[in-house]
Design a protein around this ligand. Structure first.
Ligand code: DX5
Ligand code: ZN
Length: 231
């Protein structure tokens, strides 16, 4: 079955109101989000701390689309079952997080989830060359992970290279960091299909003014689709 390569917008709830995740998730989905991106940070692999499995489990009933859980933690393997239990649909681990990413991806699939592999900006596309049959998604970080609201690093050459390496395998290419209406076209044109956006989706909106989320999502999607169509 061919993979759905249409543009998917995945708002990162790292930019949501931390006192109100349930309503925030429902608001972004009602306003057109395709996936919900959950950034898990451990204060060790990255210099910030966010959500453990219990928090992610509490988000689950509010997510009707796809819960896309991005682990910025090391080690990964001891926590895979807990995030499966929490209800992750896609679980992504960093290639830099440990020596045995191959085993990690097998364990993620073994636990019944789609397996993602993420690359820090300094890691070349070739780092996943031998993993493409074990992964359902490759996440190209376009900021150094740890915080929302950072400046986009232009890695379109790497995205293009990855798309070539993937060929017709059913693997999503996700971009994470600094995606907004000006950067989305660059990565969409280079072959990305899942666009994570935190600050660019939540900026200016709230659960009381959710239509702002909708117009932010639409603006990013339109810019990405236009670049695809022109390519
Ligand atoms: C960064 C996270 C991103 C981040 C994106 O460590 O993985 O998902 O929240 O936020 P923006 O879109 O604001 O760069
Ligand atoms: Zn992320």
């Amino acid at each position: 079955m061919p993979l759905d390569r249409t543009i998917k917008i995945a708002p990162s709830i790292l930019s949501a109101d931390f006192a109100n995740f349930g309503q925030e998730i429902r608001a972004i989905e009602a306003q057109g989000a395709d996936w919900v991106h959950v950034d898990v940070m451990d204060g060790h692999f990255v210099p910030n701390l966010t959500f453990g499995p219990q928090a992610v489990k509490a988000f689950r009933p509010h997510v009707r689309t796809v819960m896309d859980v991005h682990l910025m933690i090391a080690p990964v393997d001891p926590y895979i079952d807990a995030y499966a239990e929490a209800g992750a649909d896609v679980l992504t681990a960093h290639v830099e997080a440990g020596p045995h990413i191959h085993r990690t991806l097998q364990a993620i699939r073994g636990a019944g989830m789609k397996a993602g592999v993420a690359l820090n900006p300094g890691t070349p596309a070739e780092a996943v060359a031998h993993l493409l049959d074990l992964a359902d998604l490759v996440c190209v970080m376009t900021v150094n992970p740890g915080f929302g609201g950072q400046k986009f690093i232009d890695l379109t050459g790497k995205v293009r290279r990855l798309r070539e390496m993937i060929g017709d395998r059913p693997v999503h290419v996700e971009i994470d960091g600094g995606v907004d209406p000006t950067t989305a076209p660059l990565v969409a044109e280079a072959g990305a299909d899942v666009l994570v956006a935190g600050s660019a989706v939540f900026r200016g909106g709230s659960v009381e003014a959710p239509e702002v989320y909708g117009s932010n999502i639409r603006t990013i999607r339109d810019a990405a689709e236009a670049a695809r169509a022109a390519a």
